[in-house]
Ligand binder design. Structure first.
Ligand SMILES: [Zn+2]
Length: 201
C-alpha cells in the first residue's frame, strides 16, 4: 500500500488537472504544485475565473461556438458577413481562424468529423443544422474549413452532397494545408493564405 503524502484536496486537484489535454499525471503534479505554491497570485484567481466560466459558458444555438452569450459574440456582430459561413470541426479551429484575422465571415461548428471507425455518424455532428441555416436563405457561400485528414475530407464530401440542390457556392481551403494537417496547428500565415485561395468544391 502506498503512503499518503498529501491531503485529499490537493490529490483531487492533481487528478482533475491530469484530465486536461496534454497533461499526464506527472505534469499534472507539477502544475498542481505550481498552483499551490502561488496560491494568491495564481490558484485563487484561477479558481475564480473557472467558477465564472463554469457559470457563464454557453453553446451558441446558431453556430455551435462556445461563448458566454447565445447567440455568440460572432453571430450577434452586425459587422460580420452573414452570407458566408465557414464550417469547422471544432471551436479550436474557429479560434485559430480568428487568431489569424483571416476572415470576417460567420462560422458553423460541426463538433467533430465523420468517422465510421469511431462510431461518429452524421447525426452526431451539427450537419442538419448547417443545412437548415443554408435553407433559411441569405447564405451565398459555405467554406469547408475542415481538417486535411481522411475524416475531414469524408465530412466535406458528405456536406457537399447534403447541400446539393441548394444554390449556395461551396468551397474548400486551398493547398498549403498539409495532408493530415489539423487547422489548430497551422501558423496564421498559412491559414490565411489557405482561406484566401480557397477552391470551389
Ligand atoms: Zn454563434
Amino acid at each position: 500500500m502506498s503512503r499518503t503524502v498529501i491531503g485529499p484536496e490537493i490529490e483531487r486537484l492533481i487528478q482533475l488537472l491530469s484530465k486536461l489535454p496534454g497533461l499526464g499525471p506527472r505534469s499534472a503534479r507539477r502544475a498542481a504544485l505550481h498552483l499551490v505554491k502561488k496560491k494568491d497570485e495564481l490558484l485563487a484567481p484561477l479558481a475564480g475565473a473557472m467558477t465564472v466560466a463554469a457559470d457563464k459558458v454557453l453553446v451558441c444555438s446558431t453556430c455551435g461556438n462556445i461563448d458566454t452569450t447565445d447567440p455568440c459574440t460572432i453571430c450577434s456582430d452586425p459587422r460580420r458577413d452573414a452570407s458566408t459561413i465557414i464550417v469547422v470541426e471544432d471551436v479550436a479551429d474557429l479560434w485559430a481562424l480568428e487568431r489569424a484575422s483571416a476572415t470576417n465571415a460567420r462560422y458553423h461548428v460541426l463538433g467533430g468529423a465523420l468517422s465510421p471507425l469511431d462510431g461518429v455518424g452524421p447525426d452526431d455532428l451539427a450537419i442538419d443544422k448547417l443545412a437548415e441555416r443554408v435553407r433559411a436563405g441569405g447564405v451565398g457561400e459555405v467554406i469547408l474549413a475542415v481538417n486535411a485528414t481522411v475524416e475531414g475530407q469524408t465530412t466535406a464530401h458528405y456536406i457537399m452532397d447534403r447541400l446539393a440542390g441548394t444554390d449556395v457556392k461551396v468551397s474548400r481551403l486551398a493547398h498549403g494545408v498539409p495532408v493530415g494537417g489539423e487547422l489548430d496547428y497551422l501558423d496564421e500565415g498559412t491559414l490565411t493564405a489557405a482561406l484566401r485561395q480557397r477552391t470551389p468544391f
